[in-house]
Design a protein around this ligand. Sequence first.
Ligand code: PBG
Ligand code: ZN
Length: 326
Amino acid sequence: MFNRLRRLRINPKLRAMVQETHLKIDDFVYPLFVKFGENIRTEIKSMPDVFQLSIDEVIRECEELVNLGINSVIIFGIPETKDSVGSDALCDSGIVARAVREIKKYYPNMFVITDLCFCEYTDHGHCGILDHKHETVDNDSTLEISAQQVLVHARAGADMIAPSGMMDGIIETLRTTLDKNGFYNLPIMSYSTKFASGYYGPFRDVAESTPTFGDRRSYQMNPANRREAIEESLFDDQQNADILMVKPALAYLDIVRDIRERTLKPLAVYNVSGEYSMLKMAGKMGLIDYERVLIETMISFKRAGADIIISYHTKEIAKLIKEGKI
Ligand code: PBG
Ligand code: ZN
């Protein structure tokens, strides 16, 4: 018995020639956590090698990124003070606005994406303004302040806006606001299908954004729902989002494929904090061949249909590419 496909596998040159899925550094976006203050580079226990950085350290970090060939970042802010409406996110001297201005000043070619949400800036840790009973997020008043936030990001010089709060109508609101104010060339990457997930745990330590009460299940999605997951992304597609996203990535590759087959838009995945920490810890404990599993995992995202991968592993991937291991 001879399997025809073996003829394509035996010679390594030919094996490379028929490889269907590839990783390149331009597929990747590196998340940065910008903290108020100076000289801060704090590693968070639940995410080894991921740091809260003050703006001066962010600039230092960008130099390292550029040297590795990484030209795309997504920014999360950790402000000095939080309040009920997330005021820091609404003013031009807030942490994200200042970080974007500094990065663009020193690294004008860095593609800077801003995460647009309120959970890092509100004292209650929810992704928007609370309703009058203070029980859950009020969708429409959150849309109003999101329109203010997007202009703060746009004026600071962001290259793309990434709303992550899963508010209904957010894409239409942001698109209209940007267009009206002359920012019609500024793209929106929507966190269009975002599940209520335990995999965000380590992120909330780093971003200091754990809700003080309740959870995010009223606005984030039920992991058990496949049709709803597709519908959520298609809503944002119809509202003219430029790029769609599935988050988390690894436990939701079926959804990535489902959405890939139903839209013509580019699709991103967010390889989230819990996915990162699991792999990292298993590697540190010597339980797995870390580099091999890392590459295999990243390949699985692209094979499922993702064009863009947001990942804390981006620097490691860049090094592997430089070393010729990818
Ligand atoms: C904010 C936001 C979250 C993540 C990205 N943007 C957290 C959340 O919804 O709690 C998670 C990213 C990660 O876990 O790496 N809305
Ligand atoms: Zn949020």
